[in-house]
Ligand binder design. Structure first.
Ligand code: 3EB
Length: 369
C-alpha cells in the first residue's frame, strides 16, 4: 500500500456536509455548488414531486425488483435491476450531481455525464448458447474501450448483475465464468490491475439480462484494501480460475467533493468464508469488515483532516428472505442504522454467503484543510 493520502490546503472539499446539505425537505437541496455527486434512496411515492425541477441534475434512477419499471421516469438513466426490494416503503436509488448532467448513448452503453464523472449502463441479453465469460469479457471490453476513448478513463465503481449466479454452466459456476471474462478484459487493457480496479458488487438476480453499471471519472480514485481480508484480486484459485477483479473501496475526490465507495462486502476474513449458516454472525462480520475500511480512511487521513462519515447509504443484499428480520435487527442496533438502508433479495458469489453489504459515504473535510 502506498501512503499518499494527503489533502492539500487548496483542496476545496469543504462543501460536503455544509449546513445547506442538511436540508432534507426537498430530496436534494438545489444550491449552485458545482459537481457534488450524491446518491440517495428516495421514496418512490415522493419522487416526482421531489425531482420535478431537478431533471438536469439526475444521472440515474435505479429501481429494484418491482414490476413497475422506472423507465417511465425518464430522468437521467432509468435502470431496473431484478433484485426484489425486501423492505418498505419502496425506494428509488437516485444518483444526482449539483452540476449539469447530459445523457448520451455509445452503441448500446447508456450514459449520463457531468464534467467530472460518467454513469453508464450496459445490458446484454444472454443467448442460450453463450458462455457467461464471453458475455462478460465483451461487455467489459466495450466499457473499458469507451472509458479510454472518452476521457472518463478511470472506473471508480461497478455493479454486476446477472441471473443464476451460483448455477453451473458446463461444469463451472456462472460467477466463476463471469470472473474469468472480466479478468480477461481488464488484463487486455491494463498491465497492472491492483491500481486500476474499481470497487464493485456482483449479485445474482431473479432474472433479466447481464447488467454492468459503472461510474467512471476523469480523475482516478484511490483504491483501499481491507487489512482483514486478502485482496479479492489475490484470492487463491480454489475460488475459481481467475480471481475477482475489484478493489475493496475507492476514495474519489473531485474539485468539490469526496466520496468513499465501499464494494460489496461479506463475511470473509483472509479469503475464507466465516459463520456458515449464521446470518447474524455473518452480518456482524461484514460490518467489522466495513468498519476496518472506514478506520483505514480515518487513520490515514489523521494528519490532514479528521474524516467523518455523517451521511451514508447502505445496500444490503440478502440471499434468503427468511433471514431479513435477523439481518435487519443487527443493522438497526448498529450506528449504521442512521444511514439509509435498502434491503434487496440477491445471490452472493459464494453459496455459503447469506448477506453482502455495500456502502457509499460523502466525506466531510473541514474548511481549513
Ligand atoms: C467477496 O468479498 C465477496 O466479484 O465483483 C463482493 C463484491 C464480492 C464484488 C465481484 C464479489 C464481487 O469476495 C463477493
Amino acid at each position: 500500500m502506498d501512503s499518499q493520502f494527503s489533502y492539500k490546503k487548496s483542496d476545496e472539499c469543504s462543501a460536503l456536509g455544509a449546513p445547506s446539505e442538511r436540508d432534507e425537505s426537498s430530496a436534494f437541496s438545489s444550491s449552485p455548488r458545482p459537481d457534488v455527486l450524491r446518491v440517495r434512496y428516495v421514496q418512490a411515492s415522493d419522487f416526482s414531486q421531489a425531482f420535478e425541477s431537478d431533471v438536469p441534475h439526475i444521472l440515474a434512477v435505479i429501481g429494484h425488483g418491482s414490476g413497475d419499471s422506472v423507465s417511465a421516469i425518464g430522468k437521467g438513466l432509468s435502470i431496473d435491476v431484478d433484485l426484489p426490494q425486501l423492505s418498505q416503503p419502496r425506494l428509488l436509488e437516485v444518483w444526482r450531481s449539483s452540476a449539469p448532467v447530459w445523457c448520451d448513448q455509445a452503441q448500446d452503453i447508456r450514459l449520463a455525464f457531468t464534467d467530472e464523472v460518467v454513469f453508464g449502463c450496459l445490458e446484454v441479453q444472454e443467448s442460450s448458447g453463450s458462455m457467461l465469460e464471453d458475455v462478460a469479457r465483451a461487455a467489459y471490453e466495450r466499457i473499458l474501450d469507451y472509458c479510454g476513448r472518452s476521457g472518463y478513463a478511470h472506473l471508480l465503481r461497478m455493479w454486476n448483475y446477472f441471473p443464476a449466479m451460483n448455477q453451473e454452466q458446463q461444469g463451472l459456476e456462472r460467477y466463476r465464468r463471469f470472473c474469468l471474462g472480466r479478468h480477461q478484459a481488464f488484463s487486455r487493457y491494463h498491465k497492472e490491475l491492483a491500481s486500476i480496479l474499481p470497487a464493485a458488487s456482483a449479485v445474482g438476480t431473479q432474472g433479466g439480462p447481464f447488467q454492468a453499471l459503472f461510474l467512471a471519472g476523469k480523475q482516478p480514485g484511490r483504491p483501499l484494501e481491507n487489512p482483514r481480508q486478502i485482496s479479492a484480486y489475490e484470492y487463491p484459485s480454489i475460488y475459481g480460475p481467475k480471481s475477482p477483479s475489484f478493489a475493496r473501496a475507492i476514495l474519489h475526490r473531485t474539485s468539490t467533493g469526496c466520496q468513499l465507495f465501499i464494494a460489496g462486502t461479506a463475511s470473509i476474513v483472509g479469503h475464507a468464508t466465516q459463520h456458515q449458516g449464521d446470518p447474524v454472525k455473518q452480518t456482524l462480520e461484514t460490518l467489522s469488515n466495513i468498519e476496518a475500511i472506514l478506520n483505514r480512511v480515518r487513520h490515514e487521513s489523521q494528519k490532514s483532516w479528521d474524516a467523518k462519515f455523517p451521511e451514508g447509504i447502505l445496500k444490503v443484499f440478502v440471499r434468503n428472505q427468511a433471514d431479513l428480520h435477523a439481518v435487519r435487527e443487527v443493522l438497526d442496533g448498529h450506528e449504521y442504522g442512521k444511514a439509509t438502508i435498502l434491503y434487496v433479495l440477491g445471490e452472493m458469489c459464494r453459496k455459503e454467503l447469506l448477506v453482502e453489504i455495500e456502502g457509499m459515504w460523502n466525506l466531510v473535510i473541514p474548511p481549513n484543510n
